[in-house]
Design a protein around this ligand. Structure first.
Ligand code: ASP
Length: 437
């Protein structure tokens, strides 16, 4: 059995609904469908969720929201009309209008984006509509009670397929609560885990996770296979991929996650699994993806005898901890250590931190280098395969890029280089082309 989640751009109008139906009908095992609210039809268009937030904000300040409400209503009416659906959409919209004027909470209002989208889709597919508020159970602390939710969903499933609205659930007192933005992905993952799906298909408007940022590399290729660990590396270091909250229910349940493109349904997209079998690992690229971020600071601390002293690392680490600044990397040499951290976190405390290090460690010197970008080549197949780091350093050298820092963990899942901010995009491009060509 497959659980499918469709994002807003896959549901933006009747034409997109038709594509969704062809995808669902192409495979009998596609039985559970989670939907977002309709997204943009063209670049200047509005997402329904944004319009709903806007409606609520207007009313908060006592400003009428009729024009915005009409824009929302017309989007749903036109989908229902173009697909000749029998859902009483006008009644549903009237209910929403009524809730708006009776002080409904922001979460309740914005959740109606997915609710309306799901009732239309259930009608169109001939599936049951299963409301998310019936089974996604939040605790008062805002976390999801997964066991209770899973059980409730299993109990709610009928014999037909089901359509579920994404993005929200219910608090113990019955009030509606939404996840953070983009949260329909989480609904889909929870449903897949609850129903022990064979695969969780996440349908969007790109043919999988791209090997590099398309704003930097022209037309990067999608990644065919990626492990959850690699994905974590790529997203941590800056790739715009699914956020972790999305992934943990399916990852824990050992369910493969497949990112697919509604507008190119034949494309296999990206398959994300804990591990791939050996045969699959023999082919394909050594590097899975390249990602990075600008604006790191490196604090260099040098002190005679530092390498053999005991407890200095702890003292330095405690100072960063006291200021709530995470330490990202610590490349070190003999009697010198470098603390690498995002510059944004040091904005208000750099000098305090340096002063406290001076006092506590009494270094021979301490200085800061700013404007460092970090770029990682991520790939599970790099492990034990000689020559990859050599190729990276040679390629960067040939292209005149000065490497300011190198870091590779013993898990050999990635090789990280620090370069000047101004070399960032060039580094990503050069690495991409040297490994993908
Ligand atoms: N519609 C919600 C949002 O725009 C949730 C989602 O699409 O995943 O954030």
């Amino acid at each position: 059995m497959k659980v499918l989640k469709f994002g807003g751009s896959s549901l933006s109008d009747a034409k997109q609904y038709q594509k969704v139906r062809s995808i669902v009908e192409a495979d009998k095992s596609r039985r559970v469908v989670i939907v977002s609210a309709p997204g943009k039809r063209f670049s200047d268009d509005h997402k329904i969720t944004d319009l709903l937030y806007l409606c609520h904000a207007h009313l908060q300040y006592g400003v009428a929201c009729d024009t915005i409400f009409e824009m929302i209503a017309e989007r749903y009416r036109s989908i229902a009309r173009d697909l000749s659906l029998s859902v009483p959409i006008d009644e549903e919209l009237a209910k929403l209008r009524d809730r708006l004027s009776h002080g409904a909470s922001q979460d309740e209002i914005v959740s109606r984006g997915e609710y309306l989208s799901a009732i239309l889709m259930a009608d169109y597919l001939g599936f049951d509509f299963i409301d998310a508020e019936r089974w996604i159970k939040f605790r008062f602390d805002g976390t999801v009670d997964r066991e209770a939710s899973y059980e409730a969903l299993r109990g709610a499933m009928g014999t037909r397929g089901a359509v579920i609205p994404g993005f929200y659930g219910a608090m113990p007192n019955g009030s509606i609560k939404t996840f953070s933005r983009g949260g329909s992905d989480i609904t889909g993952a929870l449903a897949a885990a609850a129903l022990k799906a064979d695969v969780y298909e996440n349908w969007t408007d790109v043919s999988g996770i791209l090997m590099a940022d398309p704003r930097i590399v022209e037309n990067p290729e999608p990644i065919a296979h990626v492990t959850y660990d690699e994905l974590r590396q790529l997203s941590y270091i800056g790739a715009q991929v699914l956020h972790e909250g999305t992934i943990f229910p399916v990852r824990e349940a050992g369910i493969p996650l497949n990112i697919r493109n509604t507008n190119e349904p034949e494309h296999p997209g990206t398959l994300i699994m804990e591990k791939f079998d050996d045969a699959a690992e023999q082919s394909g690229r050594f590097i899975t993806g390249i990602a990075g971020r600008r604006d790191f600071s490196v604090i260099n601390i040098t002190k005679n005898g530092l390498s053999s002293a005991v407890g200095i690392m702890r003292r330095i680490a405690e100072i960063f901890e006291a200021h709530g600044v995470p330490i990202e990397y610590t490349p070190s040499g003999i009697d010198t250590i470098n603390i690498v951290t995002a510059s944004s976190g040091l904005k208000d405390c750099l000098y305090s931190i340096m002063g406290e290090i001076e006092k506590s460690v009494q270094p021979n010197s301490i200085h800061v280098t700013e404007g460092i970008a970090v770029v990682a080549a991520v790939g599970r197949k790099m492990a034990y395969r000689p020559g990859i780091s050599g190729k990276i350093f040679a390629t960067l050298g040939e292209n005149g890029i000065n490497i300011r820092m190198i870091s590779q963990g013993p898990d050999e899942l990635n090789i990280i280089v620090g370069v000047d901010n101004r070399d960032f995009a060039k580094t990503v491009r050069v690495l991409y082309h040297s490994f993908v060509k």
